[in-house]
Design a protein around this ligand. Structure first.
Ligand code: SF4
Length: 728
């Protein structure tokens, strides 16, 4: 008789017939894992694997990355031909590229001639290659000439960008993953790292296994990360600024600050210290819900650590005071001297695979290479480099994405070009989005998938290639520029985004006077030239060198940093003209929707590990969809019992915007006065979310809305309605 392991059937690794592995970077999140895609002898992508010698992921991939090749085999919903129609209520007809591009260019010109240049808007993404972002920026700013041009990164990272600029004088995360190896205290605010960025979380765990240091997680929910923490601060939603000011208050009060660093490298101390004194732990505790003694204990741990770092994601950014929250994190690290040293950092964990690339090069918020439209020298440099009249460039940035869409209602925006973004699912108040998109005179949607929900309102659809069907670079959370080699040819008759932008440029008189390199590497050469000597210096990089090193962190130049730079501000010199960082006085203003007697629950939203953004891709991948097939709502069992709602039953969630039907998952992870719904599913949480905007970053506060919950008697009808709501 056989016992134990011998009874089991051994695991068989299926031979997928890979004959060649091609280098790429994962096209989902901003971790930036180096990946190889395996091709069989027919040239089909049949496997994915992590690269062991890549510093970022050291051979590992998460559940999304490991099945990434499936995207090429499962082409349901992919666009393979340009589509056109007169009205969004008509059926699409297939068109050739020439006809679709000519028609779109004519529409743009007509709208601009009739209503002004800025009446045609462009909203892009964090998903395409850096070279494509740069080319789109050249097209939008230098050829089409609209100032209403932005990216969907306003929905996820705008507060981090704004906060870095206000504190340090420039965007650019100062730290890196290697900081986990050196830190003596980690504070994570509003980040569920194991689900959002599993491989960064694994890097943290690897560091903790070698050397124990305290991990403090600030989150209203008992997330996976909170369960792993040494201290979990279950904060009242939307009050992180109060907690951060209070931590600073204790550090100053108990003389734990790094006086030398403050004196040498910062300014604004007087106003800052006066402000934070108003946030004594006893008064802060009443607002943020964290015990005063715990605030003191955390402040002491952080300040006394030889090196301490803070990481954060949407819990900070997606708030009406997201930008202030980021500045408050920077304040904390400036007063403790924790910027630019190993283990001491303010490190925003970015969302999309190339959200950093758009921040650096797309010209959405300014001009390429962290240049500003508001700066005359920056405008002249770019105008001269592109060969355009400097007066053609606006002198300040136009609307953010979150302002462009509402401007449709006022008639200020008549035409819109959406590139790899899906506002019908990602923007708050789905009902309003529907009305806005339907009101446009002309909408062009450029996406790899024709079944993306927003395409229901388009007049023209451009089918584009996905990440590994093209070549180019992406920058990850820690400023690492990594490469995607063209693994497989574009699906059907789809084109790379670079080709679409280049071909559009030729349809404008100005576009024929400006050089638009045909290859991604040709564009990359322009980035190198434009970045030389700047903070985000790419001049020491080449495609081959990037692949050889599995990514290079900027600044990277031949003279002082040929292998790149893991950290910024190591010399304490910041990007403001005087070189000093700013300590900012940040009063807390409670300006958000809050629960009341009619809408008694906080509504919070976030991610699950299996899905990415609006499920345009992961909704089609076997395992991702199998493990997370349906939207659900976390609800405390006591609250559910009071309302007569059972685990697994459908319930109705209502806000002042509308309602959604969601399956209830009873769990103690969530407080009795709150609920949580993943944001990935169409016509679900964003039907009811409010999404008020941060005044600095214009990022929506997705995480703080008020809702009421009703049980549903007819569960079968609810199930049908739930499915129907998501079928577009
Ligand atoms: Fe891709 Fe992010 Fe997963 Fe890495 S952690 S494999 S980059 S989705």
């Amino acid at each position: 008789m056989l016992f134990g392991r011998k009874q089991k059937h051994p695991i068989k690794i299926v031979d997928k017939g890979v004959v060649e592995w091609k280098y790429a970077t994962c096209g989902y999140c901003s971790t930036g894992c180096s990946i190889e895609v395996g091709l069989n002898e027919d040239g089909d992508a049949v496997a994915s694997r992590g690269l062991a010698d890549a510093d970022v992921n050291r051979g590992k991939l998460c559940v999304k990355g490991i099945f990434e090749h499936e995207l090429f085999a499962k082409t349901a919903g992919r666009g393979d031909k340009p589509l056109m129609r007169d009205s969004y209520q008509d059926e699409f007809k297939e068109a050739g590229w020439k006809v679709a591009l000519d028609y779109t260019a004519d529409k743009i010109k007509t709208i601009q001639a009739k209503h002004g240049r800025d009446s045609f808007a462009i909203i892009s993404t964090g998903q395409i290659m850096t070279e494509e972002f740069y080319t789109l920026g050249k097209l939008a700013r230098g050829v089409i000439g609209t100032n209403n041009y932005d990216g969907n990164t306003t929905l996820c990272m705008a507060s981090a960008v704004s906060g870095y600029k206000r504190s340090f004088g420039s965007d650019g995360p100062p730290g890196c993953y290697d900081d986990f190896e050196h830190t003596e205290c980690l504070l994570a605010v509003g980040s569920n790292l194991p689900e959002q960025h599993p491989i960064i979380y694994w890097r943290l765990i690897e560091a903790l296994e070698k050397r124990k240091f305290p991990v403090i997680v600030v989150d209203p929910r008992v997330t996976m990360f909170a369960q792993k923490a040494d201290i979990h601060l279950a904060i009242t939603p939307g009050t992180d600024l109060v907690l951060l000011n209070s931590l600073a208050c204790v550090i100053l009060e108990e003389a734990l600050a790094d006086e030398n660093y403050i004196h040498s490298f910062t300014e604004g101390y007087a106003d800052f210290s006066t402000l934070v004194k108003k946030y004594a732990p006893e008064s802060a505790a009443k607002i943020c819900g964290i015990d005063a003694d715990v605030i003191r204990q955390v402040a002491r741990m952080y300040a006394k650590a030889g090196a301490a770092m803070t990481i954060w994601t949407m819990g900070i950014n997606q708030s009406t005071h997201g930008s202030d929250g980021v500045c408050a994190i920077n304040n904390l690290n400036l007063i403790t001297g924790n910027i630019g040293k190993p283990g001491g950092s303010s490190l925003s964990i970015t969302g999309q695979c190339n959200a950093m690339g758009t921040r650096e090069w797309s010209s959405c918020s300014g001009l390429p290479g962290y240049r500003y439209l508001e700066n005359a020298k920056d405008r002249s440099e770019i105008a001269e480099f592109w060969g355009i009249d400097v007066d053609f460039l606006p002198e300040k940035r136009g609307m953010f994405m979150t302002d462009i869409l509402p401007a449709i209602e006022r008639g200020e925006i008549k035409g819109l070009w959406l590139v790899a973004t899906n506002p019908m699912t990602s923007m708050a108040d789905t009902g309003l989005m529907r009305k806005l998109l339907a009101k446009l005179d002309f909408l062009v949607v450029q996406d790899a998938y024709r079944d993306v929900e927003t395409n229901a309102y388009s007049h023209v659809f451009f089918p584009s290639a996905v990440w590994a069907e093209k070549e180019g670079c992406m920058t990850n959370t820690e400023r690492r520029v990594n490469l995607i080699r063209n693994v497989i040819k574009p699906h059907g008759d789809s084109k790379t985004d670079l080709e679409i932008f280049n071909q559009m440029a030729t349809r404008f008189e100005r576009g024929n006077k400006i050089a638009f390199p045909e290859t991604a590497e040709g564009v990359f050469d322009e980035l190198k030239q434009l970045s030389k000597g700047r903070m985000l210096d790419y001049s020491g990089m080449s495609y081959d060198k990037i692949e050889e090193n599995r990514g290079l962190q900027w600044p990277c130049n031949e003279d002082s940093a040929p292998q790149g730079s893991p950290r910024l501000y190591t010399d304490g010199i910041f990007q403001f003209p005087g070189g000093k960082a700013k300590l900012l006085a940040l009063p807390f203003v409670d300006d958000n929707e809050r629960p009341d007697t009619h809408y008694p629950f906080w509504l919070n939203s976030g991610r699950v590990v299996e899905h990415f953004h609006t499920r345009t891709r992961t909704g089609k991948v076997g395992n991702a969809n199998k493990f997370s097939p349906t939207p659900y709502m976390e609800m405390n069992p006591r609250a559910a019992k009071q309302l007569g709602i059972k685990h697994g039953a459908y319930a109705k969630v209502l806000s002042r915007r509308g309602y959604a039907i969601v399956m209830v998952q009873c769990t103690e992870r969530i407080a009795p006065d709150a609920v949580f719904i993943p944001f990935h599913f169409h016509a679900c949480v964003n039907r009811i979310a409010l999404g008020l905007l941060d005044p600095h970053s214009r990022q929506p506060a997705y995480k703080q809305s008020a809702v009421q919950i009703e049980p549903i008697a007819d569960q079968l009808a609810a199930a049908r309605e739930n499915v129907a709501a998501r079928a577009f």
